[in-house]
Write a protein that binds this ligand. Sequence first.
Ligand SMILES: [Zn+2]
Length: 168
Amino acid sequence: MRRRAWDVLAGGSLVLLIAAAVMWACSERFYDETGLRVGRQTFGVDSAAGDTSWVWDTDFTSEPRSYARRVPLKGNMYADGMAHYLEHRFAGFGFRYRYDGAGKARGTTFRVLVVPYWFLLVATAAAPAYWVMVTRRRRRRVVAGMCAGCGYDLRVSTGRCPECGKEF
Ligand SMILES: [Zn+2]
């Protein structure tokens, strides 16, 4: 990947990492929900008790066109995490594509995927962590008189690295 594009990707990922960390802290005290309705479809993200919940409802018109709400987590149905009411759960993740069981939720069009914040942090930390590693290695090589690209010893070379052709 080109270096500039890689810098932008790692920087963007760092911003998401920080946002996820802040939202995680908020999720221990609040139940947040935000979403957008397009026609009869609603797309939303909820946050509570260390989890995020990604919602796609294909037949839902009771919300306004867009919404953002915050209520205290204490006493809320999501106080124990957002996956506990879903049929399919694994390691803190959960999902529902449709619900065929009995009761009020039967035949629901409410699709939901629960992703815990720890996973979002790990996922968004990967690119910045790799960026730091690569940048430190590059700096170390330059200081030691080696090619920043491949590590070849440049102390007797001029202009270009004889190994990989990189200018220095
Ligand atoms: Zn080189």
